[in-house]
Design a protein around this ligand. Structure first.
Ligand SMILES: C[S@@+](CC[C@H](N)C(=O)[O-])C[C@H]1O[C@@H](n2cnc3c(N)ncnc32)[C@H](O)[C@@H]1O
Ligand SMILES: [Zn+2]
Ligand SMILES: [Zn+2]
Ligand SMILES: [Zn+2]
Length: 437
C-alpha cells in the first residue's frame, strides 16, 4: 500500500489534539487546499426526487428507480454506478413499506461497510493522509448513554439491512459507529439546507478551532477545503466543527459532548465576543442582577432544546407561536442582537419560509443579518446563506434592488469559500444579472 499524500499538506502529531493537518507552503484567502471525494455518502430522504442519489446533482427531470420508485437519478449511468449502494435499500424499502425508517447515520454506516468489504485494504482517493479504518473514535471516552445509543444504532442496522449486508462483528460495529459520530459530515447546500451525510477521511484529519483558517464546502459528493485566512508554511489547518454563533460555554459543551475535547483556541481563552453575544438590555440604566441573568440563560437554552424537539411534531403555526413566545420572554432582558433571540428569529424565519409567508420571513431575516455579520467570522457560510435567502425573498417580493444588493453580498463571500467556478456561484451570478435586465 502506498500513500501519495496531498501536495502542500502533511499529517503530523498536533500536541494535545491527536493527529492533525498542516501546510508545507503558504496559502492565501480563497485558495483551494485540497479536494476529497466522499468515501461513502447517502442522500437525505427529504431530498428524494430533487437530487440525484449518486452524484448529488440537484436538477429537474430526474428519473426514478423503476423498482422502489424512491431513488432518483440523472441518467442510467448514475443509476448503474449507484446500484452497489442502492441495492442495500431498494427491495428492503419495498418490503418494509411505511415502516422503513433507518436513521441517516445507520444508512451511511451500511454503505461504509459495503465499500470497505469491496475495496479491502486498498487505499482510496479519499484516504491520502488518513485511512477510514484509522479514524478517531474516542472509544475510551464514551459514557453509558453514548454506548447505549451505539447499541441502538447497531440494532437498527441489523433490523433494516439484514438481507443485504455482510455484518462485521459487534466490536467492529461499535468502533465504526463511534468513528462516524466523531468524523461524519453533513452535506449542505448553499442555503445550508441538509442534503445528505458522508465520510471524507482526509478532511476528518483537520482539528477544530473556533477561529478556523479553512472552510469545507461541497461540490456534488466531494468536499473542498479553502483558506478563509492566509496560512503560512508549517501552520496547522483548522476547520470549525460547530456553529460559531454561540458563546464560549455553549461551544465548549457542544464540543465536549460530541467530540470529547476542550477547545483551547484564542476565542475560547479570551471569550472576546461573549459579551456582545449575550447583549443585555439595560433597565433604567442598570444591567439585570446576575441571578436573573442566569435564570434567563437557563430559560433560553431550554427553549432552544424544546423548539428542536417541537419541530418534529408541531404544526408551523404552533412553531411560530413558540418562537414568538420565547422571543417575548427573552426580550425583557436580552437585546435583539443577543444570540438566543437571534436563534429564535432564525427559526421563525425558516417557519415563515415554509409557510410561504415571505414578508414575515424577510422581517426576521432583516433583524438577523446585521448581528450575524458582527458575530460570525469574516467569511462565513452562515452569513452568505442568510444574504442569499434574503436576496431570494426580496426577489420573490419584487423588491429587486434590495434583492440585488443582498445577492451581491452573498456572492462576495461565496466566491471565496466555494470558489469562483462553483455551480452555486455561477447560478447566483445569473440570478443577479437577471435583475439587471
Ligand atoms: C475529526 S477528528 C480530527 C483528527 C484527530 N485529531 C485524529 O487524530 O484523527 C476529531 C477529534 O480530534 C480531536 N480534536 C479535534 N480538534 C481538537 C482540538 N481543538 N483540541 C483537542 N482535540 C481536538 C478530538 O479527539 C476529536 O474528537
Ligand atoms: Zn447523477
Ligand atoms: Zn430502487
Ligand atoms: Zn474554541
Amino acid at each position: 500500500m502506498t500513500a501519495d499524500g496531498i501536495d502542500g499538506m502533511e499529517r503530523f502529531e498536533s500536541p494535545g489534539k491527536g493527529r492533525g493537518l498542516r501546510v508545507t507552503r503558504a496559502y492565501r484567502v480563497g485558495e483551494l487546499l485540497f479536494v476529497c471525494p466522499a468515501y461513502s455518502h447517502v442522500l437525505s430522504v427529504s431530498e428524494r426526487g430533487y437530487t440525484c442519489e449518486h452524484c448529488f446533482a440537484r436538477k429537474e427531470g430526474l428519473s426514478k428507480c423503476g423498482k422502489c420508485k424512491k431513488a432518483f437519478y440523472c441518467n442510467v449511468e448514475c443509476q448503474r454506478d449507484d446500484w452497489a449502494m442502492h441495492k442495500l435499500e431498494c427491495s428492503a424499502m419495498c418490503s418494509f413499506g411505511e415502516s422503513w425508517c433507518p436513521s441517516e447515520t445507520v444508512r451511511l454506516v451500511a454503505r461504509i461497510i459495503t465499500r470497505m468489504q469491496k475495496v479491502q485494504n486498498e487505499r482510496s482517493d479519499s484516504e491520502n493522509l488518513l485511512l477510514l479504518k484509522d479514524l478517531e473514535g474516542n472509544l475510551d471516552k464514551l459514557d453509558n448513554e453514548k454506548r447505549e445509543m451505539n447499541e441502538a444504532d447497531i440494532a437498527e442496522l441489523h433490523h433494516f439491512y439484514a438481507k443485504h449486508l455482510d455484518f462485521p462483528d459487534h466490536q467492529a460495529l461499535l468502533t465504526l459507529f463511534a468513528q462516524v459520530h466523531c468524523n461524519g459530515f453533513t452535506v449542505e447546500d448553499e442555503e445550508l439546507s441538509h442534503v445528505g451525510s458522508a465520510v471524507f477521511p482526509d478532511v476528518a484529519l483537520m482539528n477544530h478551532s473556533c477561529c478556523p483558517n479553512v472552510i469545507v464546502t461541497y461540490r456534488g459528493t466531494s468536499a473542498e477545503v479553502r483558506a478563509v485566512k492566509d496560512i503560512s508554511p508549517g501552520m496547522e489547518v483548522y476547520t470549525s466543527y460547530i456553529d460559531l454563533l454561540y458563546p464560549t460555554e455553549d461551544r465548549m459543551e457542544r464540543l465536549r459532548d460530541s467530540y470529547y475535547f476542550t477547545c483551547d483556541c484564542k476565542e475560547c481563552k479570551t471569550k472576546s465576543k461573549d459579551k456582545v453575544k449575550l447583549k443585555l438590555r439595560k433597565v433604567n440604566g442598570d444591567e439585570p442582577r446576575s441571578e436573573e441573568i442566569r435564570e434567563m440563560l437557563r430559560y433560553a437554552r431550554n427553549a432552544i432544546e424544546d423548539f428542536r424537539r417541537a419541530k418534529q411534531e408541531k404544526t408551523p403555526a404552533e412553531l411560530l407561536e413558540i418562537c414568538e413566545h420565547s422571543m417575548d420572554k427573552m426580550g425583557s432582558m436580552f437585546e435583539d442582537s443577543n444570540v438566543y433571540v437571534l436563534h429564535m428569529m432564525y427559526q421563525a424565519m425558516g417557519v415563515c419560509m415554509f409557510m410561504e409567508d415571505y414578508d414575515g420571513a424577510v422581517s426576521y431575516g432583516e433583524k438577523v443579518i446585521k448581528p450575524f455579520r458582527q458575530l460570525y467570522p469574516a467569511y462565513s457560510l452562515n452569513v452568505a446563506s442568510m444574504y442569499l435567502k434574503l436576496g431570494r425573498l426580496y426577489t420573490v417580493l419584487d423588491r429587486l434592488s434590495a434583492g440585488s444588493a443582498a445577492l451581491k453580498k452573498a456572492l462576495a463571500i461565496m466566491e471565496v469559500v466555494h470558489g469562483k467556478d462553483h455551480v452555486y456561484v455561477k447560478e447566483l451570478q445569473k440570478e443577479i444579472s437577471a435583475h439587471q435586465k
